[in-house]
Design a protein around this ligand. Structure first.
Ligand code: ATP
Ligand code: MG
Length: 261
């Protein structure tokens, strides 16, 4: 059974897609079989993985009942495009609408160790589908003082999903993303978040760098585009593998980090 991890945030632009892109890659380097699911009609994750824009079927077809999840896999990614927005509208009127992704992913459970789900920037039906399908939730938070409110709202939605439809859902952590730890503001924001969410906050954060936008534009990972920045996501991946109790893969990541240093 694949462990399913939904990556979400209450608002847009917190680095969710960038996190899924690189955690997928880092987990793969650790020897795990990883599927990445793009659940955002913007299709940013699909582009970042350089999946052809015409690739079909997509996650929209899966949620619309026109294709199985297995059929929608292209290079270990289930891509999304604007048709997902339409699929979401259609889904809204159906019985069991919150369970659709969970049921669909059951069909590919055995082929992967981990499935990452990249959520859209809203806590709507698509994100609820991700939280109902997921075993763990990872919140991406921008490194700003006002981020706390967004994190609290995301934690509330996770709680709702757990109480109503997915009692097995657990949080995996809160990632302090796009951070400039040289500034007092970022460091204070980190401490404030830590006071509120405690050990849910990951120890390692991801530094802010324009190189991420460049790497997205070129559709290559930061490990390739700027290997010197790669340690951030490797450290986050190592911390997540520790939390997940996946010791073999964790050791392989550590070996990679030692080789880089
Ligand atoms: N560590 C970083 N430093 C600087 N810029 C970053 C970093 N991570 C991501 N970005 C940039 O910030 C923007 C938003 O990132 P990303 O698309 O990953 O966020 P998102 O939460 O998925 O957004 P959305 O809510 O629209 O889906 C992008 O231009 C991305 O390249
Ligand atoms: Mg995104």
């Amino acid at each position: 059974m694949a462990l399913k991890i939904a990556v979400l945030s209450q608002k847009g632009g917190t680095g969710k897609t960038t996190a899924v892109r690189h955690l997928t890659e880092a987990f793969r380097q650790s020897g795990l079989r990883v599927l990445a699911v793009d659940l955002d009609p913007q299709g940013n994750l699909s582009d970042y993985f350089d999946i052809e824009p015409e690739a079909e079927p997509t996650i929209g077809d899966v949620l619309g009942g026109r294709a199985t999840a297995e059929e929608a896999i292209h290079d270990d990614v289930i891509p999304a495009n604007l048709s997902l927005a339409e699929a979401e509208l259609t889904l809204a009127g159906k019985m069991g609408r919150e369970l659709t992704l969970r049921r669909a992913l059951a069909g590919v459970d055995d082929a992967y160790d981990v499935i990452f789900i990249d959520c859209p920037p809203a806590l709507g039906l698509l994100t609820v589908n991700a939280l109902v399908a997921a075993d763990r939730a990872l919140i991406s938070s921008e490194a700003q003082y006002f981020a706390l409110q967004g994190v609290e709202q995301a934690l509330e939605v996770i709680e709702l999903a757990r109480e109503s439809l997915n009692p097995g859902l657990e949080w995996l952590g809160v990632l302090f993303n796009i951070a400039d730890m040289r500034t007092v503001h970022s460091r204070e924001a980190y401490e404030s978040l830590k006071e509120h969410v405690g050990d849910r906050l990951l120890e390692h954060s991801v530094r802010q760098s324009i190189a991420y936008a460049e790497s997205a534009e070129r559709a290559v990972s930061i490990f390739e585009h700027r290997p010197d920045l790669g340690s951030d996501y490797l450290q986050v991946a190592e911390e997540l593998l520790r939390r997940l109790g996946l010791d073999g893969p964790r050791r392989r990541i550590r070996a990679l980090m030692a080789a880089d240093a």
